[in-house]
Design a protein around this ligand. Structure first.
Ligand code: ZN
Length: 270
């Protein structure tokens, strides 16, 4: 979505993963490989988010293709690494709109290097987008404050919301780790039910790109409600416009996705 915004009508932008698709498990199809081979420049998130495509991206880069992981520009001190991740950084950097905005300049630079005729247009759109993301960041900060402080606890399927929680002041607990590749154990589920009960949590959340059965079962076991669906690792359907408090946004965009998540969490927890 960021590349699309910055590229505007100057460059044709295609995405491989559809709404609701889990990037941790996604494998490139032969059609994807052919699209990647034809692309002038390729952007991906990196930090092993697209774990099963990493080798392919590396190979394309070695072959001389312009391939860029947007997370490469996130400095070491801003990367979060949970204790059980063996030092591997958490890839879900877009949860923090301000951190996500910090990757805009690199996308502008890469697009400008590939399509120099449009450099000024990319720069103009990039600057505008950074302003929009900063506005989004400040809005989210204000909105989360509507939840009483002792209720600012977010329970979801996997640990996709660490950057989000740190940026907006929510304690985050996921049943799975930072990847969805391993199935949660019975002990993970029991730990979660205990955490929910001990903390008086009233609502937990399913994710659009992760199997919902696990969270629904935990909600039943802990006797809490499911507070709605969050977009963690995938945006919504393009053109799916939602309106909350008079504010309309398309959940098929990054800004709409983040607004939806914040509104859903605030409405359920406050
Ligand atoms: Zn994830």
């Amino acid at each position: 979505d960021m590349v699309r915004v910055i590229a505007g009508d100057d460059v044709s932008v295609g995405a491989l993963m559809r709404p609701g698709v889990d990037p941790h498990l996604y494998k490139a199809s032969p059609a994807d490989v052919s699209k990647l081979n034809q692309a002038k420049v390729i952007f991906y998130n990196g930090l092993l988010l697209e774990g099963k495509m990493e080798d392919l991206f590396k190979r394309l880069a070695t072959d001389g293709k312009a391939v860029r992981a947007v997370s490469d520009t996130v400095p070491q001190e801003k990367r979060l690494a949970p204790e059980d991740s063996e030092g591997h950084p958490d890839p879900h950097i877009w949860g923090d709109a301000r951190l996500w905005a910090s990757t805009v300049d690199d996308v502008v630079a890469q697009l400008s290097a590939t399509f120099p005729d449009h450099k000024e247009d990319f720069e103009g759109r990039g600057e505008g987008y950074k302003v929009d993301l900063e506005t989004l960041h400040r809005w989210a900060e204000k909105r989360v404050v509507e939840i009483p402080e002792d209720r600012r606890k977010l329970v979801t399927s996997h640990d996709a919301f660490a950057y989000f929680g740190k940026a907006y002041g929510l304690e985050v607990v996921g049943v799975q780790g930072i990847s969805t590749a391993a199935d949660p154990s019975v002990a993970d589920r029991t730990r979660m039910v205990d955490f929910i009960k001990a903390n008086g949590i009233t609502a937990i959340f399913v994710e659009s790109s992760v199997n919902k059965a696990l969270i629904e079962q935990i909600a039943t076991d802990a006797d809490v409600s499911v507070g709605g669906e969050l977009f963690s690792d995938a945006m919504g359907e393009p053109g799916d416009v939602r309106t909350v408090n008079g504010d309309s946004y398309d959940v098929g965009t990054y800004i709409g996705m983040l607004k939806h998540n914040v509104n859903a969490i605030v409405e359920a927890l406050r």
